[in-house]
Design a protein around this ligand. Structure first.
Ligand SMILES: O=C(O)c1ccc[n+]([C@@H]2O[C@H](COP(=O)([O-])O)[C@@H](O)[C@H]2O)c1
Ligand SMILES: Cc1cc2nc[nH]c2cc1C
Length: 339
């Protein structure tokens, strides 16, 4: 897939202008790098405002959560949370409202008919629950591509509607096991290194997750990124990858969230090398797999608040920082004008 480059001239021009603002050189730290990144993405100095921010929460279930062994919470909470997102009462709904971002939820593979929710929510639904990766492929042949295209269509819809910035969110009991599997497979890491405690499992729970992952990694075909999504991923992981790649293709910056979107990003970069240049990391999650993913993508998280909620909740809190980065470059005076 062809990913457009960022504008290095705009980046250099931005860095030069930042050095000339009424402050010691470099005094705005990483805010300066973020401002220069936005200039490179927009191809202009200063960059455009980031007024229209959209979060898409990809929701789905996994075979690994049926036994209740890999999460601190039961599987039916995924469907229940879809209704909470629709009611505007989830963590990300509240945090997004504070920054004026819109949130929508898409059911890719929730194990519930959800026939009480608007049809639009289910328009990209691939199946009810992905397969249990320790014993079978997560997806049937063709479903990874179908979900990837659904995620790309979701990005297209928001971009066509005027989005300046996109945020992929996730909701799915068992998601941290799937995210760890993707990171381990793509980066060649052992299960023991990538598995975390997710929603809050104890030591035994974490050991069960490691065992599930070891069986999955021993079983799975991982020769290309779509094979990885099919064998170890999920409909949501494939959709998130499609969302990320399409945003990059259309030159719309993305703020990544926690472990699940970052794991999807590692796979998406295999599908579309260079797409990662269009993404920033919103925050550092508590999951080890996210740290490995960010390192591999060359991304440094903006915030580090110990969050482990998912949903896009960390990424939306980084949006004001990005807006501030643009504002200082656009609004501060110049040292040269002091005389
Ligand atoms: O974003 C993170 O890093 C993160 C860390 C731990 C848990 N979560 C959220 O919790 C759910 C997955 O946790 P688990 O324990 O069921 O794998 C899923 O809905 C995620 O959005 C998210
Ligand atoms: C209640 C709840 C809300 C969530 N949001 C994202 N993951 C979640 C997991 C649970 C259990």
């Amino acid at each position: 897939m062809q990913i457009p480059p960022l504008d290095d001239r705009a980046r250099d021009e931005a860095l030069q202008q930042l050095d000339g603002l009424v402050k010691p050189v470099g005094a705005l730290g990483r805010l300066e790098h973020l401002a220069a990144w936005l200039c490179a993405a927009h191809g202009e100095v200063p960059p455009r405002r980031l007024d229209d921010v959209r979060v898409v929460v990809f929701a789905g279930d996994h075979g690994v959560s049926v036994s209740g062994a890999v999460s601190a919470y039961p599987r039916h909470l995924t469907a229940a949370m879809v209704r909470v997102f629709l009611a505007g009462e989830s963590g990300v709904n509240v945090l997004a409202r504070e920054v004026g971002a819109r949130v929508r939820v898409l059911d890719l593979a929730v194990d519930d008919p959800l026939d009480d929710v608007p049809d639009d929510v289910r328009r990209h639904k691939v199946r009810r629950g992905s397969g249990s990766i320790d014993v079978a492929d997560a997806l049937e042949p063709g479903q990874a591509r179908q979900a990837f295209d659904g995620g790309a269509a979701a990005a297209d819809a928001d971009i066509d509607d005027g989005a300046d910035l996109l945020v992929p969110g996730d909701m799915g009991i068992g998601n941290t096991t799937i995210a760890s599997a993707l990171v381990a497979a793509v980066l060649g890491l052992p299960a023991e290194d990538v598995v975390g405690t997710g929603t809050g499992v104890d030591g035994d729970g974490r050991a069960r997750k490691v065992a599930v992952l070891e069986r999955a990694l021993a079983r799975a075909a991982t020769d290309d990124p779509f094979a990885v999504l099919t064998s170890l991923g999920s409909a949501c992981a494939a959709a998130t990858a499609g969302f990320l790649v399409r945003a990059a293709e259309r030159k719309v910056p993305v703020v990544l969230d926690g472990v699940f979107p970052c794991a999807a990003a590692v796979v998406a970069r295999e599908i579309a090398p260079g797409a990662e240049r269009w993404w920033v990391a919103g925050h550092r999650s508590t999951e080890p797999a996210q740290a490995f993913a960010l390192k591999a993508l060359g991304l440094e998280p903006i915030l580090d608040l110990g969050l482990r909620l998912g949903e896009g909740s960390g990424a939306v809190q980084a949006v004001p920082v990005l807006r501030n980065a643009r504002a200082v470059l656009a609004g501060m005076g110049r040292l040269a004008d002091l005389g």
